[in-house]
Design a protein around this ligand. Sequence first.
Ligand SMILES: *Cc1c(COP(=O)(O)O)cnc(C)c1O
Length: 220
Amino acid sequence: MINEKLATVKKNIPSNVTLVAVSKTKPNELIEEAYKAGQRIFGENKAQELKNKAEVLPKDIQWHFIGHLQRNKVKYIAPHTSLIHSIDSIQLLTEVNKQGLKNNRIIDCLLQFHIATEESKFGLSLEEATELLNSNDFLNLKNIKIVGVMGMASFINNEEQVRNEFIRLKDIFTQLNNNFFNQTGTFQTISMGMSGDYRIAIEEGSTMIRVGSAIFGNRN
Ligand SMILES: *Cc1c(COP(=O)(O)O)cnc(C)c1O
């Protein structure tokens, strides 16, 4: 039962850690079950799927976009999303800003970092993020707000390596907070940890975990 699995995950996390229930590929009925159990934040990784779900499910759901985002898909999620976890270029951020302006809103975003050893994972390096945040293009974006960082650890059975990757993301967060955000207090989210590694992520400073299969069961 989804409410039981949700309760189990919640029991394992401190109150300062936000739980994003990753509902990608799952039907609306299962999301409604989690909603009835009190869950209000859901994560999706396909733009069109997020839009379709947001249009029919309760309006007080907060929809997080957690997947790789193509620029031509931003328009689908811009009216609906409360947080985009996967900003990995100034070009993407510029498009999010444009769609934020069109929808008359400011869209909260996380910078995604490449912390895993796997080539396939997306994300910035600290150097690239520093360049982005220093750029004139960035300073002109008024309809986005960078509120933290996101990363995915390697998908491996090596706790020490996973832990070190989370430590690295926390360190990146601290450096960016010191160098770019200290006056504002708006930079506060560290999105790290999934079904298999969220306990380690929390021990290393995660403030937001993205948990799918531990709540909704395996995906095909
Ligand atoms: C699918 C996904 C998750 C959730 O993964 P589980 O292992 O099912 O908890 C978390 N983050 C991202 C970016 C994802 O794509």
